[in-house]
Design a binder for this molecule. Structure first.
Ligand code: NZQ
Ligand code: ZN
Length: 382
């Protein structure tokens, strides 16, 4: 095991009725001014808005709404939220949504308390703000990213064409009610779950010693994610599968799998830059890229691939594991080609060259890629 320090800052309230049962008590610890943040309005259609605002009013809170947080949240949206939080002297930010709302709010909480531009501080000068952020709570309505249980936030700077990971405080508390996810479109349910599978795989394919306990946990998370996704293919509203996936989502990104080892996350780097240029859906972008990336590195970690295949898909050998993953993506009906992704711009070889050249090349995986190889991977996904 590598040396590590593990600290866990988020209180998690899980299950049916978790908001009604737990939020009133939690809210009493915070001041009166709450910024209620959400996305494009799904919470107004599924009753979550009504339930949460009811609890906030009952608790005597003054509610300021911060709305319209888009999938792949932008730096401009962060600034809008930070200005609002500053003006209204916000005591608590309550993010109600998926990874995009939670991520945007993480940086809103940090940006609102400092005059420094946090993008410049973190992404250009590679420093971290020492100011304590406004406390943040998350009510999860779309699982997959695990954003509710970590301090990272993925923000798109549209001018710089960078979708990058920033650091802020993790939510103080998270409400995880699987019923809140029931109104999600089928494709978002599956692409979110595939994101969870990707997180566990990206962690597992980093460097670890033999019989590393974190790897064993990662394999269990992958297996459970695949089993529960298959249950959803038969019945997308299956509560047990939804609740297991909500928890594997949190488990894959709450740091537990990462202790004592180095991680890969090169596929995420590729997807994030693809997202910066095309605004594609995160989980769907990963579904397209993963098999192609793994075909490139399968010979660099044959034993690990074979072990994953055996535990997760019941296959023998390294290549069979990659084939089984590709077949599983098809079975789920997830996209397998870049041309199937929703994109704000046409995906051409010229665009992919620019995207490839902007991808961060990490060193934690089985082998470090080059920008030319990233371009090859993208072209193989056309
Ligand atoms: O905006 P609304 O109207 O709410 O609609 C959203 C959105 O269109 C909809 N939705 C959410 N809950 C719903 C619902 N629709 C119906 N019923 C519900 N209950 O779902 C759509 C997608 O939401 P979004 O939050 O964008 O999805 P997701 O949770 O997949 O988050 C993706 C973002 O998280 C980042 C991704 O890069 C992407 O920007 N990630 C964050 C990570 C982290 N902080 O740890 C790790 C991940 O690797 C990832 O990069
Ligand atoms: Zn992800």
């Amino acid at each position: 095991m590598e040396n590590f320090v593990y600290e866990y800052p988020t209180k998690v309230c899980f299950g049916r009725g978790a908001a009604k049962a737990n939020l009133p008590g939690i809210l009493s610890a915070y001041g009166p001014n709450v910024l209620l943040a959400y996305g494009g309005g799904s919470i107004k259609k599924n009753g979550v808005y009504e339930e949460i605002t009811g609890i906030l009013k009952e608790a005597g809170k003054n509610i300021t709404e911060f709305t319209g947080i888009m999938p792949n949240p932008t730096w401009a949206k962060v600034q809008e939220g930070a200005n609002l939080a500053r003006e209204r002297k916000i005591d608590l930010v309550l993010a109600v949504g998926g990874g995009s709302v939670v991520d945007c709010c993480k940086i809103v909480c940090a940006q609102a308390v400092t005059g420094e531009d946090l993008w410049d501080l973190e992404m250009v000068r590679h420093k971290i703000s020492s100011r304590a952020p406004i406390p943040l709570g998350a009510v999860v309505t779309a699982s997959g990213t695990g954003a509710e249980m970590n301090g990272g936030a993925v923000i798109t700077n549209e001018d710089a064409k960078i979708k990058g990971g920033m650091f802020a405080a993790a939510p103080r508390f998270a409400i995880l009610d699987p019923e809140y996810t029931m109104s999600l479109p089928r494709m978002q349910v599956l692409s979110g779950a595939f994101d969870t599978l990707s997180h566990a795989m990206e962690t597992y394919f980093g460097r670890s010693d033999r019989d590393n306990v974190s790897d064993q946990v990662a394999l269990a998370i992958m297996h459970s994610t695949v089993v529960n996704m298959r249950t959803l293919l038969r019945d997308i509203q299956d509560y047990t599968a939804r609740s297991n996936l909500m928890w594997t989502s949190a488990m894959a990104e709450n740091g537990i799998l990462k202790v004592g080892r180095v991680t890969d996350f090169e596929c995420h780097q590729m997807e994030h830059q693809l997202g910066a240029y095309t605004d594609c859906n995160h989980g769907q972008g990963l579904a397209v890229l993963h098999p192609a990336y793994y075909r490139h590195i399968v010979k660099d970690a044959p034993e690990k691939f074979a072990r994953l295949g055996q535990v997760v898909f019941g296959t023998e050998g390294a290549q069979a594991a990659v084939d089984a993953l590709a077949a599983f993506i098809k079975e789920c009906g997830l996209p397998t080609r870049l041309t199937e992704l929703r994109s704000r711009t046409e995906i051409t070889p010229e665009l992919l060259r620019q995207v490839a050249d902007s991808v961060n090349l990490l060193q934690g995986g089985p082998r470090q890629l080059t920008h030319d190889e990233v371009y090859e991977i993208f072209m193989e996904c056309m």
